[in-house]
Write a protein that binds this ligand. Structure first.
Ligand code: AP5
Length: 216
């Protein structure tokens, strides 16, 4: 099954994707992670992307699309979680077209519902491991030893530049204007599933698995 996870910044898309990868052996494509990896490697795309990501603005669609196309071509298969893509109706249309070309079907698009006040608390307390990408929250899900990644033991945990209050505000506004319409888009195509994204991570994961795999 191929799925799209969408929702506002901080809704838990990355956290839930990591669980689907470890427990259901799904493949994960996160456009945000792909851009961050280009920035880290200082590729020409990364140099262009940094300004967009740090300020919370969306990268141009053509750049994002060709990156996704390349990532999908490398996976050759089923069981893909698209995290943070599509992010507007134009990208969703482009994904439908690409899907027809390469035989890639999105079966469900899952929307994570989390109130804005909770999102701001989550983003401002997020720490990410620079080495392996594991994500923590300083209050909700801290690493076992402060400042040390549980997964790879690296001491290089950092806070994302776009998790500043100013950038969070921009991201939330852009989300409402350009990404939230995807709910109607996938509803009209009979593929929308909504999950309450509040509560402990494992509870959210149970809800997600129920909408994806339980027969109605
Ligand atoms: P991206 O990396 O996709 O950022 P985002 O959509 O803003 O989402 P986040 O990664 O901030 O949040 P998340 O929902 O994954 O939450 P997480 O699981 O980390 O994109 C970054 C940028 O790249 C964009 O702004 C744009 O510039 C560019 N970009 C990306 N895709 C693009 C596209 N398609 N087109 C154009 N531009 C694009 O959780 C957040 C925190 O909450 C963590 O600390 C976590 O530990 C905690 N948490 C998670 N779940 C719970 C829970 N249940 N309870 C308590 N705490 C929780």
């Amino acid at each position: 099954m191929n799925i799209v996870l969408f929702g506002p910044p901080g809704a838990g898309k990355g956290t839930q994707s990591a669980l689907l990868v470890s427990q259901k052996k799904m493949h994960h494509i996160s456009t945000g992670d792909l851009f961050r990896s280009h920035i880290k490697s200082k590729t020409p795309l990364g140099l262009r992307a940094k300004e967009y990501l740090d300020s919370g603005r969306l990268m141009p669609d053509d750049v994002t699309l060709s990156m996704v196309k390349e990532a999908l071509a490398m996976l050759h298969g089923e069981g893909v979680v698209l995290d943070g893509f599509p992010r507007n109706v134009a990208q969703a249309d482009a994904l439908e077209t690409l899907g027809r070309e390469v035989g890639f079907d999105v079966e469900k698009a899952v929307f994570f519902d989390v109130p804005e006040a909770v999102l701001v608390g989550r983003l401002s307390g997020r720490w990410t491991c620079r080495n392996c990408g594991a994500v923590y929250h300083e209050v909700n899900t801290p690493p076992k030893v402060a400042g040390v990644c549980d997964r790879c033991q690296s001491k290089d945990l950092y806070q994302r530049a776009d998790d500043s209050l100013e950038s969070i505000k921009t991201r939330l506004k852009i989300y409402q204007e350009t990404t939230a319409p995807l709910r109607d888009y996938y509803q009209a195509r009979g593929r929308l599933a909504a999950v309450d994204g509040q509560g402990p991570t494992e509870q959210v994961y149970d809800r997600l698995c129920r909408v994806l795999w339980e027969k109605k």
